[in-house]
Design a protein around this ligand. Structure first.
Ligand SMILES: [Zn+2]
Length: 289
């Protein structure tokens, strides 16, 4: 099961998170029939999303992460509802030549664009943070976002191991300096990234607890129990409202012209069909528009 392990290190001046989204990335690949390159971009965004989600205060809080790059994979959307994560990429079949034997994630996402995070924390207005993309590898872009938009110094490593048989491992490590961290911690953070090479390969061989110990054991780390990462789309609860929002007249027009109203969910690819009878019933036993 996918999990996030949180902890603190550097005398509690930094927070660490180890994130495993292997199952979620696999699920996404199956649902959207993603190419390996699209899957790699998706897995990275999903890791960031899992991190944002795990740091929301309440289960009713929600977020949207939108990576709006100029590359072949198009926009990437990750969101949560009731604690469950979901997501998709605009172009699931992106394909570019390997770059030095690796997926060209920078090329697929594109280095020109924006990362946008919207958090609905149950307040009047949602929180909206945004930062320009800096590299397109999503890791540097999220670190830049944290600094520019939330004033947090961090080290972000995202890693995926994808073979022709699919996603073998995907996840990441995010280290955030806490507000009372001094220059020294921030300096170490910049350095620490070099440690996290081949993380996803390691994830196929060791538990996340082992990896936490391996990377942070010597840094006076305190590691907390893992929390599960869950996935799901709850569009079925809202689909009727989507049809209602068309209004009775327009809904009936569509049925007349096309035989039925068909809606498919971008996140989970579920398809909904409302024929004349269903539309009729929908506007009869509810609000009129
Ligand atoms: Zn859905």
């Amino acid at each position: 099961m996918d999990r996030i392990i949180k902890g603190v290190c550097f005398d509690k001046k930094a927070r660490i998170s180890l994130i495993d989204v292997t199952e979620g990335a696999r699920q996404g690949v199956l649902t959207h029939d993603m190419s390996p390159l699209s899957a790699a971009c998706y897995a990275r965004a999903l890791t960031v999303g899992a991190y944002i989600n795990a740091n929301l205060k309440s289960k009713t809080d929600r977020f949207n992460l939108i990576i709006e790059g100029s590359g072949a994979v198009g926009k990437i959307y990750i969101a949560s509802e009731d604690g469950d994560l979901k997501g998709f990429v605009e172009e699931p079949h992106a394909d570019l030549p390997l770059n030095n034997g690796k997926f060209d994630i920078e090329g697929a996402v594109g280095s020109v664009g924006e990362m946008i995070v919207v958090k609905d924390l149950g307040l009047k207005e949602p929180y909206i943070g945004r930062a320009n993309l800096v590299s397109g590898n999503i890791a540097d872009d999220y670190a830049e976002y944290l600094l520019k938009s939330e004033g947090i110094h961090s080290a972000v490593a995202l890693s995926e191991y994808i073979t022709k048989d699919g996603v073998q491992a995907a996840g990441g490590i995010i280290v955030e300096a806490l507000p009372d961290a001094g220059e020294d911690v921030i300096f170490i953070l910049e350095d620490v990234m070099g440690y996290f090479t081949s993380l996803s390969k390691m994830m196929t061989e060791r538990s996340m607890e082992d990896i936490a110990e391996f990377y942070f054991g010597h840094l006076n780390a305190e590691i907390f129990p893992a929390e599960p990462i869950t996935y799901g789309c709850h569009c079925d609860r809202k689909i009727v409202d989507v049809v209602r929002s068309l209004g009775k007249e327009e809904a009936e027009d569509i049925v007349r012209e096309q035989g039925c109203i068909e809606i498919s969910c971008d996140y989970c690819a579920r398809k909904y069909r409302f024929d004349a009878k269903a539309v009729d019933a929908l506007f009869k036993n509810g609000k009129n528009n």
